[in-house]
Design a protein around this ligand. Structure first.
Ligand SMILES: Cc1cc2nc3c(=O)[nH]c(=O)nc-3n(C[C@H](O)[C@H](O)[C@H](O)COP(=O)(O)O)c2cc1C
Length: 378
């Protein structure tokens, strides 16, 4: 009996201790980090080793989106990150990195896309590129991940094979998968991942669905976080999408999250790879309106709404499959940026952009920690 009472007291004291130390969670223990704040990885050249290191050095988990770079470039990026931080960090890949059929696309299909986008190319004075092609790189990229052994390997748009997951585990790499629906979370649980990202539709960037079409996978962060926490209680859940302040972090924790992943707020800081025009747009009035569009890459992603994106809504059958549409739009992007015709350029952004305040990643990180501490104590 006395034993029971002692156990009870010890448990209570432990609970009390954890309540005051809001930042000690299953996720921080798993990843060996101090604060349960992940900097969302960005593909397409928007991640930088400097941003990763600045977040990791302050006790969070910096993340580098490597899907759009070659295996050799991943080695170089990893070397640079290791030179800037001795703390844990995350390398991120897209498991499915192409929607192009093996036979490529027909000339007729390419002509249809040219017709759809002709008025924009004409207005910007851009030339159509040659018909693009693409071969998957995931298998070669993932070999580099296994080689360089980041503390965390996160992935989107699917689940790597059981063999790859096993090889990663053998090397002590923590595996983090992203779900846009509860069914995707179940699939990740079955594969034995260490943590699940609840990727809500408020998020900036691509919607990384892999079981249903992304248009049919539009659950918000707070619903998805609760569903995953309730149905898969033993795996840490990382809430991602629409979080950019201590209030947002505290709210995600109240709903059962063990950590948060923040993208847009870090993208807006000087340390990211975003163009100055992009950062300015995130702090401007235009960030009030975001849109989910396939117009710029072929896959559904959220950015600041453009006239072009609105005008091609419903005409997706004439948009090239990912990632050919990215290559196709590249000359238009260059020309439109040079002429400051920003109504044609997609600046990636989540819905939360209008509350952003910080232009330096260190200041953002410190503010997030301090604000969250305040809300968790009240
Ligand atoms: C420009 C941009 C690119 C992104 N690229 C990736 C990526 O390559 N891999 C990934 O897992 N998540 C990617 N994300 C998602 C972020 O890592 C993060 O989960 C998301 O931005 C969180 O939502 P928030 O933007 O509302 O903060 C990207 C987000 C943005 C804004």
């Amino acid at each position: 009996m006395a034993h029971c009472q002692q156990d009870f007291n010890e448990r209570n004291q432990l609970t009390l201790k954890f309540k005051t130390m809001w930042y000690k969670t299953k996720a921080t223990e798993l990843m060996g980090i101090e604060y349960p704040i992940l900097q969302g990885p960005f593909g397409g050249g928007l991640s930088t080793p400097e941003l990763v290191a600045s977040v990791s050095n302050l006790g969070g988990l910096g993340g580098y989106g490597a899907y759009s770079i070659s295996p050799q470039e991943i080695y170089e990026v990893d070397k640079r990150i290791k030179a800037l931080t001795g703390k844990p960090y995350n390398l991120n890949l897209w498991v499915s990195d192409t929607d192009v059929p093996d036979s490529g696309i027909s000339d007729a299909r390419y002509e249809r896309s040219k017709q759809l986008f002709q008025p924009y190319f004409e207005e910007a004075g851009a030339e159509f590129p040659e018909k693009p092609d693409f071969k998957t790189r995931f298998e070669n990229q993932v070999q580099v991940i296994l080689d360089v052994k980041p503390k965390v390997f996160s992935f989107v748009f699917g689940i790597p094979s059981a063999d790859i997951l096993e090889e990663a585990r053998k090397r002590g790499i923590i595996l983090v998968g992203a779900a846009t629906t509860l069914d995707e979370a179940f699939a990740l649980e079955k594969a034995g991942v260490d943590a699940i990202i609840a990727s809500g539709f408020e998020s900036g960037g691509h919607r990384p669905s892999f079981l249903e079409k992304s248009e049919l996978s539009t659950t918000g962060t707070f619903v998805l976080t609760q569903l995953i926490r309730e149905k898969i209680p033993y795996i840490p859940v990382i809430a991602a999408g629409g979080i950019a302040s201590g209030k947002g972090i505290a709210a995600a924790f109240a709903l059962g999250a063990d950590a948060v992943q923040i993208g847009t707020a870090f993208l807006a800081t000087e340390e990211s790879g975003a163009l100055p025009e992009h950062r300015a747009a995130l702090f401007s009035d235009s960030a009030k309106q975001t849109i989910l569009t396939r117009a710029y890459t072929g896959r559904l992603g959220r950015g600041i709404s453009t006239q072009l994106a609105r005008e091609v809504l419903g005409k997706e059958q004439d948009i090239l499959p990912f990632p050919l549409q990215t290559a196709f739009m590249s000359p238009l992007r260059k020309a439109a940026l040079a002429k400051q015709k920003h109504e044609m350029v997609l600046f990636w952004s989540g819905q939360i952009a209008p509350i952003l305040k910080h232009t330096k990643s260190g200041e953002l990180m410190r503010a997030l920690i301090e604000e969250t501490g305040k809300f968790m104590k009240e």
